[in-house]
Ligand binder design. Structure first.
Ligand SMILES: Nc1ncnc2c1ncn2[C@@H]1O[C@H](COP(=O)(O)OP(=O)(O)OP(=O)(O)O)[C@@H](O)[C@H]1O
Length: 368
């Protein structure tokens, strides 16, 4: 049975529609990440799940029970906010046990739960301190501790790492992932950071303008984006989106891409595909390879590339990024660090056609 089922959810503020026909089904133990740009409605959706915002239409079920009209405290959820929302005058220990005290949990159980989460989160030495005496990462841990002692059906996290510096964010991300694995907890997590989404989620919901664009595993979202918005939003550097023309010939698909100062680059997809004459070809930087000595790239089809003029070369330690222009757009290839690629020179590049996406230029939807 799904731990969370959202069915045809609508949310409006007066005449302003914020969320449109949201449908989500989440299994127990899932780490479901709601991701999208600022203003896409992900926090509003989380608040609807928590019961902090009334919904305009549809239903929400948690653990099989309809909670649509149920107050937040009766939904068996625990929420961790971006602001942590700790009580400043209470010690760390009191912050964690206070909710249990209010619910009438006996003292011995409170102490046992406190000890358990303090150990899990490695905050034992901090229990007597006040929130003002903690670092951002430590406050974050206390806020999580407060959620953990509730042992709820569902954890809700609203951008919990956004107040931390970059380095701490990465280490807290690892901790949250470990916590999820250890507890097998069901988590709904909001972030605008696509890397956080990719690294944490078992399931990603990509949103834009209050509409779900795609739901899938991180691999599905990355490898088979449903449309150009998802293709562009997920992945860094972003997927290259190259306008191209298609000619079907003899059971193959010929794709022509305009190249500056030279005849179009013609690549041949060995699969016969039903494509419109104009498409946008999506290819991730790591799926564009140096075409010379491609013996180590057996999956590269014959005729999958050609010489292109390299404009900029950016060494980045483990990789080297090479930027060219194709179809009138800048195109980035992620090459090996030891690549001989040079700026302002021709260089042979080939696309891994087993990995490319084709999109409709009009609707932006995936075609293959
Ligand atoms: N009380 C409100 N009344 C009217 N509009 C609101 C209200 N609260 C939020 N909105 C609007 O709803 C939309 C979604 O907001 P929401 O905070 O859910 O976005 P978000 O994706 O979480 O963005 P962010 O990452 O910036 O927090 C925004 O356009 C926002 O202006």
């Amino acid at each position: 049975m799904p731990i969370l089922e959202i069915d045809h959810l609508q949310k409006a503020y007066g005449e302003t529609h914020i969320l449109h026909d949201i449908n989500i089904s989440m299994e127990p133990g899932d780490f479901l990440v709601l991701v999208g740009p600022s203003g896409c409605g992900k926090s509003t959706l989380l608040n609807c799940i928590a019961g902090l915002e009334p919904i305009t239409g549809g239903t929400i079920r948690i653990g099989g029970g309809d909670v649509t009209g149920v107050s937040p405290k009766d939904r068996d959820i625990a929420m961790v906010f971006q602001s942590y929302a700790l009580y400043p005058t209470m010690s760390v220990a009191r912050n964690i046990t206070f909710g249990m005290q209010v619910r009438g949990v006996d003292k011995a159980t409170q102490a046992a739960k406190l000890a358990e989460v303090a150990r899990q989160l490695q905050i034992e030495p901090l229990l007597a301190r006040k929130p003002g005496q903690l670092s951002g990462g430590q406050r974050q841990r206390v806020a999580m501790g407060r959620a953990l002692v509730r042992d709820p059906k569902l954890f809700l996290f609203d951008e919990p790492l956004s107040n931390l510096d970059a380095k701490l964010r990465v280490s807290m991300r690892t901790e949250i992932k470990k916590l999820h694995q250890d507890l097998n907890a069901s988590i709904v997590y909001v972030t605008h950071d696509q890397i956080e989404a990719m690294t944490l989620a078992t399931k990603i919901v990509v949103m834009k303008g209050g509409v779900i664009q795609q739901i899938g595993t991180p691999a599905e979202i990355y490898n088979r984006p449903a449309n150009m918005f998802v293709a562009d939003f997920m992945g860094s550097p972003a997927m290259n989106l190259i306008p191209a023309q298609v000619r079907s010939e003899g059971g193959q698909t010929r794709i022509e891409i305009a190249r500056e100062g030279a005849a179009p680059l013609v690549i041949t997809d060995p699969v016969a595909r039903e494509l419109p004459s104009q498409i946008v070809l999506g290819v991730r930087p790591e799926d564009i390879h140096e075409a010379t000595g491609s013996a180590h790239l057996p999956r590269l089809a014959q005729g999958a590339g050609g010489d292109v003029m390299i404009e900029i070369v950016e060494p980045a330690g483990a990789d080297t990024f090479a930027v060219t222009h194709l179809g009138g757009k800048p195109v980035t290839a992620r090459l090996r660090a030891e690549s001989a690629v040079r700026a302002r020179a021709l260089f042979p590049l080939a696309f891994d056609l087993s990995k490319v996406s084709y999109f409709s230029p009009e609707s932006g939807e995936r075609l293959n």
